[in-house]
Design a binder for this molecule. Structure first.
Ligand code: SF4
Ligand code: SF4
Length: 201
């Protein structure tokens, strides 16, 4: 059993250290939630890779939530390195094979963090409930939507489109950090390193 109360408490104590929670790195997720949640997410990722779970699905959840960044030709999330927090939890019945109780515990932790919005009005907390992303980063979405649409229409090579979007996402994160005077190293802002397609959604 995971210590859900500790994970939620860790998150709530640390969330205000971050200038934005729209697009986050693995390191930032680990800093926010602690080791147990990080290990559980890693287990789900391994399961997905070994069983080709998301590979075989093609991103139905991304399409169904209306994510502005979704285009099936990408083959995986175009901002995989910076994907939003909820995208990492795999609240999906195709992951039951990795352990249904694990999925349910992660769901409880996520909902516990999200419930804090009721008594603590924080833009970072509200931004947990994404995608869609436009409400929290409208300029980024306006900038990348033409590329996403071009990939959907077959007018732009998916790899090229994904690299453009990832660069824009990295710049968005850097701009947020500069605006708040954040120490990039402490908060894990990483260099762009698109690692190809088809590994995970
Ligand atoms: S989590 Fe993976 S398998 Fe489930 S709907 Fe999303 S892309 Fe498909
Ligand atoms: S993983 Fe998240 S951000 Fe990436 S395409 Fe899917 S829904 Fe959008």
């Amino acid at each position: 059993m995971m210590d859900k109360a500790k994970a939620i408490d860790d998150f709530l104590r640390r969330v205000d250290r971050f200038t934005q929670l729209v697009l986050v790195t693995d390191e930032e997720v680990s800093l926010l939630f602690g080791e147990e949640v990080t290990a559980a997410m890693a287990k789900l990722d391994r399961f997905s890779q070994e069983e080709k779970v998301c590979w075989g699905c093609g991103g139905i959840c991304c399409r169904d939530v209306g994510c502005e960044l979704y285009a099936s030709p990408f083959g995986q999330c175009p901002v995989h390195e910076f994907r939003p927090i909820v995208c990492r939890f795999h609240f999906c019945q195709r992951f039951d094979g990795a352990g249904k109780s694990l999925i349910l515990e992660l769901r409880d932790i996520f909902l516990g963090c999200l419930t804090a919005v009721d008594f603590w009005d924080s833009a970072s907390l509200r931004s947990l409930d994404i995608p869609p992303l436009a409400e929290f980063c409208p300029e980024l979405i306006a900038a990348v939507c033409p590329w996403v649409q071009a990939v959907r229409d077959g007018r732009l090579d998916p790899r090229q489109g994904a690299n453009l979007i990832l660069q824009a996402a990295a710049e968005y994160r850097n701009t947020c950090s500069r605006a708040e005077g954040t120490d990039d190293t402490e908060y894990g802002v990483t260099a762009v390193a698109q690692d190809g397609f088809g590994t995970e959604c």
